[in-house]
Design a protein around this ligand. Structure first.
Ligand code: NAD
Length: 485
């Protein structure tokens, strides 16, 4: 019997499901059991061509609609997503292995937030009138044209919407390629947009590995590429986009610092460290994986952290009581287990976790290392799994310098009751998305993105509009033209 997660076909182009079984089969494995639940096929060159030419053809008419009309469609899509939240959350859980307890509140709901927010902004995208005596300049905010979105595997619904919603609000068309690891959810976003009244062809989904992503990025018809992925992939995609002088948004990896001062509320700080390391089993780009704890509260912090981490409920992700799911793939599990071994070898002190849990799925216990030093591999490289490194520090000056000593700059957090210090420390940290006495909140109203190797551009908020549109300026002369000859 076909599994309920199996999509009707691999791709969604021009308002309908499309299949081409000549493409490489991509198995979809449910991370909690290791069972294959679906198969899709990577896009063949014919599918890539169909998606790009369809999107290119549909874009102009979409951009000519009023912002109010475009916005209404996006807001309707948001309503449909919310009505179907339960089914979409179950699919997200099949796609990623994340527990339903999370997916019910964080995935289709945040996708819907993006559709609603950018739907609301669509009608307000105006230009300026700049008076120059009798003459004037006016500006228009125009769509970029054909945008490509490429997703990572940790938030397949959210990423499809975080890229699609602002792109469409501005009058662009999109071809979205989900991660080959989680190909299912973006198809539902495309389907829902059509149901909400979007014209066929403005939001298309095609499957495939890096090769298909590469074919999209290098196509001369494409005006913009928005990638969520790792730094090495980001460098390749950015370079390929530069060849065609295309706009880019790069949402890449991190190794973010979370700084906890002696005066912090210990339970809130522990809660922040848990949210910043163990949500989605640690597969979150903005995670605060270097937890710097001031020496005075170190042992108290570690004791409380170990106690609360012990309350994580690992198990069937479809059981709403489960609060901690598996790694997305066997490969990711092995990468993370490798880092845990490195942590032990290099002399970090294992406080809790550290092992694979169960043999059926790809579960790893939430893991905390203490006495981690700046040079250890687990403190330098992005692990993308449930491995928290706790480092000690004495002074504010020292911790800021150490926190900034990384190629990454996605996020940073600080816990302290001294608000002057909190703002000063955040002001001195090299990071794009920061938190004071909190960690990992990502409301659509707030800009999201990194500095340094963690990325270029911002998603969400009004900032995203700037990255999916461009300004045309028009000089209007009322009198005669003066010329030298
Ligand atoms: P990845 O870099 O391996 O792949 C990302 C996407 O790029 C996939 O869809 C992949 O098929 C595609 N791709 C790979 N090579 C390509 C190429 N040459 N040209 C075009 N496309 C190509 O990343 P992943 O393993 O899927 O995701 C994990 C990474 O993503 C982590 O580093 C994580 O930090 C990062 N991430 C960042 C954010 C953010 O918003 N900053 C969010 C989630 C994940």
């Amino acid at each position: 019997m076909t599994h309920p997660a199996q999509p009707k076909a691999s791709h969604f182009i021009n308002g309908e499901y499309v299949e081409d079984t000549a493409g490489t089969p991509i198995p979809v494995i449910y991370a909690a059991t290791g069972e294959q639940i679906a198969t899709v096929h990577a896009a063949t060159p014919a599918i890539v061509e169909q998606a790009l030419s369809t999107a290119k053809a549909a874009q102009k008419a979409w951009a000519r609609m009023t912002g109010t009309e475009r916005g209404r469609i996006l807001r309707r899509a948001a309503d449909i997503m919310r009505e179907r939240n339960h089914d979409l959350s179950v699919l997200e859980t099949y796609d990623t292995g994340k527990p339903l307890q999370e997916t019910l509140v964080a995935d289709a709901t945040s996708g819907a937030d993006a559709l609603e927010y950018f739907g609301g902004l669509a009608a307000s995208l105006t230009g300026e009138h700049i008076p120059l005596g009798d003459d004037w300049v006016y500006t228009k905010r125009e769509a970029l044209g054909l945008c490509v979105g490429i997703g990572a595997w940790n938030y397949p619904t959210q990423i499809a919407c975080w890229k699609g919603a602002p792109a469409l609000a501005c009058g662009n068309a999109m071809v979205f390629k989900p991660s080959e690891t989680t190909p299912l959810c973006a198809l539902k976003v495309a389907e829902i947009l059509i149901e909400a009244g979007a014209p066929a062809g403005i939001y298309n989904v095609i499957q495939g590995m890096g090769e298909v992503g590469g074919a999209l990025v290098t196509d001369p018809r494409v005006d913009k590429v928005s990638l969520t992925g790792s730094v090495p992939t980001g460098k390749k995609v950015y370079a390929a986009a530069a060849e065609g002088m295309k706009h880019v948004t790069m949402e890449l990896g991190g190794k973010s610092p979370l700084i906890i001062f002696d005066d912090a509320d210990i339970d809130n700080a522990v809660g922040g460290a848990i949210n910043g390391n163990f949500y989605s089993s640690g597969q979150v780009c903005s995670n605060g994986t270097r937890v710097f704890v001031q020496k005075g509260i170190k042992e108290k912090f570690l004791a409380r952290l170990a106690e609360r981490t012990g309350n994580a409920i690992l198990g069937d992700p479809m059981d709403e009581a489960t609060s901690f799911g598996p790694m997305v793939t066997e490969n990711q599990m092995n990468i993370v287990l490798g880092y845990i071994e490195k942590g032990k070898e290099e002399g970090a002190r294992l406080i809790c976790g550290g092992r694979r849990a169960g043999m059926d799925g790809y579960f790893i216990e939430p893991t905390v290392f203490a006495d981690v030093t700046d040079d250890m591999t687990i403190a330098r490289e992005e692990i993308f799994g449930p491995v928290m490194s706790v480092l000690d520090f004495d002074t504010e000056e020292e911790v800021v310098a150490r926190a900034n000593d990384t190629e990454f700059g996605l996020s940073a957090g600080v816990f302290t009751k001294d608000f002057t210090r909190a703002h000063r420390v955040i002001g001195n940290l090299e990071a794009g998305s920061c938190f004071i006495n909190s960690y990992n909140d990502a409301p659509v109203e707030a800009p999201f993105g990194g500095v340094k190797a963690s990325g270029v551009g911002r998603e969400n908020s009004k900032e995203a509009i700037k990255h999916f549109s461009q300004v045309k300026s028009v000089y209007v002369r009322m009198g005669d033209v003066e010329a030298a000859f």
